[in-house]
Design a protein around this ligand. Structure first.
Ligand SMILES: [Cu+2]
Length: 135
């Protein structure tokens, strides 16, 4: 009896954790390594203030760059892509960031890339999904 209660409690807490990961969140917590974002998919509510914490656990500079809706940096980030940046933050190796940004007001999918040379080609991309606020 006692044991089944414990199993149930563990199961319920796991369910809560998985639910928390899939819904829109006003907090993003990203770990950067050489060469990926962990996690690499984020869902945020439109127009909200998003708390952004990140750590660069890699050996080189990494960036978290949100591209404007409908734009893509393509296979590499160059000068042409600069006007298409929605928001970005740069992290030196071993550094961490604790900042915030306002989520785009337009729901949809936004490309996230690392603009450090060669990192998109190495697979350093992610996806930000903006969802309309539920009232
Ligand atoms: Cu990078």
């Amino acid at each position: 009896m006692k044991r089944s209660f414990i199993i149930m409690a563990v199961f319920l807490s796991l369910m809560l954790v998985s639910c928390g990961g899939s819904g829109p969140s006003t907090k993003l917590n990203v770990t950067m390594t050489d060469f990926q974002f962990q996690p690499s998919q984020y869902t945020v509510p439109a127009g909200q203030e998003i708390t952004f914490t990140a750590a660069n656990n890699g050996a080189v500079v990494h960036n978290f760059v949100i591209m404007k809706k409908g734009t893509s940096a393509g296979p590499f980030f160059d000068d042409e892509d600069v006007p298409n940046v929605y928001w970005q933050v740069e992290l030196q190796p071993g550094a961490s960031a604790d900042t915030s940004f306002t989520a785009p007001s337009d729901p949809g999918d936004y490309e996230v890339v690392c603009r450090t040379e060669g990192h998109i080609a190495s697979g350093m991309t992610a996806k930000l999904t903006v969802v309309a606020e539920q009232k």
